[in-house]
Design a protein around this ligand. Structure first.
Ligand code: UDP
Length: 242
């Protein structure tokens, strides 16, 4: 990245730089992968580029369906220009099928198809290990008004309908995903962060037998190997479809 841009924030998978326009930022996607609150770490050459390209295509698709997002344009293969936002410190997880932490924390069996989408909200706080949080606690901490929380939940459900359809067309099952939102300088709520195989569970529907073929970060979490091959396959299917 050109030196004139100031690094504003560095997260586990992305760096955020200032932009000449004060209402924009430059987001660089890194090759680093972390899991289990960064207890497990690795680097995958090319992951940043793939997640940036996949996210950009998905944000463009959501924009066409009138979902407000922070995405403005790609700058190059691993950087995008986005609207500057104030991050809301919540991770909104939507689940269509039970898997991962839901099955570790409840008696629900993995692969149970949920009768309606389940929304789990976590506090974005590494020191506290991103705990599951309640609506009342969100209000108590003054993170969001009840009205804005309703708006975010409504947006998440709409995004799920759009993405479920989108992925089905490219033979992928959207199991679950995590979203983050923020406020722009006019106080509008925008979808932020990224939408990629790092924060979505995507299963291959081209698989004929009963085995799960994960084309997402579970390849790293569960030491399945072939992460770059899986992310490249998603990028390839999206590009063939759009
Ligand atoms: N997720 C994420 N960041 C997190 C936790 C979860 O992007 O810090 C995503 C994850 O990729 C999956 C969904 O949210 O698509 C649900 O994850 P889950 O709660 O099952 O957690 P995990 O199994 O990763 O511990």
């Amino acid at each position: 990245m050109n030196k004139k841009y100031e690094l504003i924030y560095e997260g586990k998978a992305k760096k955020v730089f200032s932009h000449d326009d004060s209402d924009k930022v430059i987001i660089e996607f890194k090759d680093d992968a972390t899991a289990f609150n960064a207890l497990k770490k690795a680097k995958f050459e090319g992951k940043g580029k793939l997640n940036c390209l996949i996210s950009a295509r998905i944000f463009e698709h959501l924009k066409k369906k009138n979902i407000p997002t922070h995405f403005l344009r790609l700058k190059n293969e691993n950087t995008m220009i986005a609207k500057k936002i104030k991050v809301i410190p919540l991770e909104i997880v939507l689940r269509n099928i039970a898997y991962g932490s839901l099955c570790k924390q409840t008696t629900i069996k993995p692969r149970t198809v949920l009768a309606k989408p389940l929304i789990d909200i976590y506090l974005k706080n590494d020191e506290l290990n991103d705990p599951l949080i309640t609506r009342d606690r969100i209000e108590l901490m003054k993170i969001l008004s009840s009205k804005d929380l309703d708006l975010i939940i409504d947006l998440t459900l709409k995004i799920n309908s759009i993405l479920k359809n989108f992925f089905k067309k490219i033979q992928l099952q959207l199991v679950d995903f995590k979203l983050e939102f923020g406020y722009d300088f006019k106080n509008n709520i925008l979808l932020a962060d990224e939408i990629s195989p790092d924060n979505c569970r995507l299963w291959d529907l081209q698989q004929k037998n009963d085995m799960i073929i994960s084309l997402d970060k579970d390849r790293f979490r569960n030491d399945l190997g072939g992460l770059i091959e899986a992310y490249s396959e998603i990028n390839r299917r999206i590009n063939n479809f759009i």
